[in-house]
Write a protein that binds this ligand. Structure first.
Ligand SMILES: [Zn+2]
Length: 52
């Protein structure tokens, strides 16, 4: 099932879509680490994922 995530950090308009929650979680964790220098746990990300 396609999943979508929009970054909730101020001033960031990163958005990702992928075919599975797992893929979105992985991409968002990389984004958060590289761009915001934070590590998000998968539960936090999953709670923000929108199914599309
Ligand atoms: Zn971001």
């Amino acid at each position: 099932m396609p999943a979508q995530f929009e970054c909730f950090q101020d001033g960031c308009n990163f958005m990702v879509r992928a075919d599975s929650d797992e893929e979105v979680v992985h991409l968002v964790q990389e984004h958060a680490q590289f761009v915001h220098d934070i590590s998000l746990d998968s539960d936090t990300i999953e709670s923000e994922i929108e199914q599309t």
